[in-house]
Design a protein around this ligand. Structure first.
Ligand code: PLP
Length: 421
């Protein structure tokens, strides 16, 4: 099946007389005939659901669809995008370890790594991954366990050179984790370019309707964990009578460990109803992404031609410094998210935003409706001036998330708001 067809059909194919829509299994637990059956589940000696903190049949169908869409061997859904990135890192890094991370990533992830994870002894080396290999190489040491970056950075919109950074990570014996939230598997499948682990905030385009927070981790199954750097995946797990993940689960070692060890202990698994709603969003993902891209291209061109606008940042625009990478990794479009700076700095940015009538002023991005946000006073408010510059954010920058409304209505709204300043 191709991507568009997978959006509808992967994960659940009803048999004769079964419901067409993915069923909601709203249950905390599952019944078995004998204590021996349940014992085998606890030893990971037999497959099956036992408790909905670890797995659930409805969520499992969604996980199969997401793994299939990204080209991975398995997926684990989480209660938020934050939890997806946290578990992806904690699954391979512990106290005394470090990760290399793109400095232009989402502000919430910067906070999570720079402040919270730091307190628990996992250090993050932030660096702009558009820099040359030699400079990035200086961030690695013997305790580095992963490289993490976003396909299209939120909100700087830098496009990651996935192939180059994957090669660099592999040369250092560590996996590349790619947060593919803005691109979605419709626009880019980073595993095809060498990424090892994929994460998403499903809260954004995958859900698409701004109705629920969620996340997912997808394992490519391609990384060789048996290189001496990842004892947690090789050595016996005392909490499972000596299960060894690579030995016992092969290509699915990483994603199995994330579920049965970290998800079991941290308990951030989504509910069946949530999975049902997310699946509904994904069924139309391919149609929505196409419209988001076409509308955003028109808005970017309109803004670039306006004399009230100082600069427009959209990797799909000719002349953008990431345009060549966008052509390689995002041939069908660069999503609906644009950022731009209005002449007159923060004051005019705020005036413009408050004058919009159709576009809504919200702490959200990447959903069906056109939405606008001022990162410096919202999502990236906790960042220092230094971190703001590193994340590619200026005080007057506006993040404009182009929706799937009629393009003339969107542009007319922008036009009247620009005229108001
Ligand atoms: C929103 C976002 C996150 C965090 O996801 P939540 O679902 O809000 O927890 C992580 N990465 C990126 C790129 C995001 O846009």
């Amino acid at each position: 099946m191709r991507t568009e067809t997978k959006c509808l059909h992967s994960g659940y194919q009803p048999g004769n007389g079964e419901p067409l829509a993915m069923p909601i299994y709203q249950s905390t637990t599952y019944t078995y005939d004998s204590t021996d059956d349940i014992g085998k589940l606890f030893d990971l000696a037999a497959p099956g659901h036992m408790y909905s903190r670890i797995s659930n049949p409805t969520v499992a169908m969604l996980e199969e669809k997401l793994a299939d869409l990204e080209g991975g061997v398995g997926a684990l859904c989480t209660s938020s995008g934050q939890m997806a990135n946290l578990i992806a890192v904690l699954n391979i890094a512990s106290q005394g370890d470090n990760i290399v991370c793109d400095s232009t990533i989402y502000g919430g992830t910067i906070n999570l790594f720079a402040v919270t994870l730091e307190r628990y002894g996992v250090h993050t080396n932030f660096i702009d991954l558009s820099k040359p290999d030699e400079e990035i190489q200086k961030c690695f040491d013997a305790n580095t366990k992963a490289v993490l970056a976003e396909t299209i950075a939120n909100p700087a919109l830098d496009v990651l050179d996935i192939e180059r950074i994957a090669n660099l990570a592999h040369k250092n014996g560590v996996p590349l984790i790619v947060d593919n939230t803005f691109a979605t598997p419709v626009l880019c499948r980073p595993i095809e370019f060498g990424a090892d682990i994929i994460t998403h905030s499903t809260t954004k385009y995958l859900d698409g309707h701004a109705i629920q927070v969620g996340g997912v981790i997808i394992d490519s199954g391609n990384f060789n964990w048996d290189n001496g750097k990842f004892p947690g995946l090789i050595e016996p797990d005392a909490s499972y009578h000596g299960v060894a993940y690579v030995r016992d689960f092969g290509k699915a070692a990483f994603i199995t460990k994330a579920r049965v060890q970290l998800m079991r202990d941290l308990g951030a698994y989504p509910q069946a109803m949530t999975a049902f709603l997310l699946n509904l969003g994904i069924e139309t993902l391919h149609v929505r992404m196409e419209r988001h891209c076409r509308n955003a291209e028109r808005v970017a061109q309109y803004l670039a031609a306006s004399d009230k606008v100082e600069s427009v940042n959209y990797p799909g625009l000719e002349g953008n410094r990431f345009n060549a990478l966008a052509k390689k990794y995002l041939p069908d479009g660069c999503s609906g998210v644009i950022s731009f700076c209005i002449k007159g700095g923060k004051e005019n940015a705020v005036k413009f935003m408050d004058s919009l009538k159709l576009a809504v002023n919200v702490v959200h991005v990447a959903a069906a409706r056109t939405m606008v946000l001022h990162p410096a006073s919202a999502t990236h408010r906790q960042l220092t001036d230094e971190q703001l510059v590193a994340a590619g954010i200026s005080p007057g920058m506006i993040r404009f998330s182009v929706g799937i409304e009629n393009i003339d209505d969107i542009i007319e709204d922008i036009e009247q708001a620009l005229n108001a300043i």
